[in-house]
Design a protein around this ligand. Sequence first.
Ligand code: ATR
Length: 312
Amino acid sequence: MEEVVVRKQDTELEEVDGEENVMMNNQRLFGVFAYPVKHSLSPLMHNAAFRAVKLEHHYQGFEIHPDLLENAVAALRTLHIGGVNVTIPHKQAIMPLLDEIDLEAQMIGAVNTVVRDEQGRLKGYNTDGAGYVQSLLAETSVQLSSAKVLLVGAGGAAKGIAVYLLKMGCPEIMITNRTTSRAEELAGQLQQYSREQSLDAQVSWLDWPEVQEGSWSANVIIQTTSIGMWPHVEESPLPKHLLHKDMIVSDIVYNPLETKLLQEAKQQGAEIHHGLGMFIYQGAIAFKYFTGVEAPVERMREVVLEKLREGG
Ligand code: ATR
């Protein structure tokens, strides 16, 4: 009797060993470079995604001090890491350390995804803007080809979003920003991008007070600043009376999911869109670059939402 049991265990072990060898061969390491990294939801999201599509890869948070970024990129090469996401404060600093940068990431001036190709070359992409636009298309009734967008903010996030809005066919963007000169500068850069890409879009900028007076018309408002983010949940960049039912109001903030701007937009009858989708889809696009496999978007959303509901 005992002998039989032992033999059975041996067989099981052999089988497990066999499987493990196959897994080891297919396993690759991915990760996120951040400083600090402990609040990043990317490891949770990507590891759940790998499991959902039955890939044996692992995704790891790497806390990289800014002074050590160059070493970290060298380690990417040496250790054959498949790719990484890159976040604050490394999105610009990593650019000169890569072999190639995708056109849109060059235009945006920031990289959030690095992929190692089969030849070992590191290519940088920016999936934030594309992720935002995919999320807007998937989660709202927006018709991009007739969208007149008011973009609130003129920083890195605004630029990434605007580039992809134009690339995906949006015909008109108006930019407003607390520091007007940055809105003007961004409008100039986007006009040039639109010309170079033969996109024929209209890009303008507005004074912050002009927006307050309502001397504009938009059917989509996209809030790209940190206004309204926890703990400043009582702040909103636009007065409620400027929001109405014939518009989509979108906020890239996802903590809280419903910012004051979105709550007021909802009260005014507008369709609302929160920032979680941008995070999910930037990850989904990166996942496709990393693995070549379509990302399990709903599973990714589920684990992130669960974590946020637990309180981050
Ligand atoms: P990100 O990459 O997250 O966009 P950024 O490039 O530093 O970060 O840009 C932050 C954006 O949020 C800017 O448009 C900034 O406005 P300024 O250009 O006037 O600084 C905007 N922003 C941040 N806090 C703000 C606040 N309290 N009120 C108005 N605008 C704010």
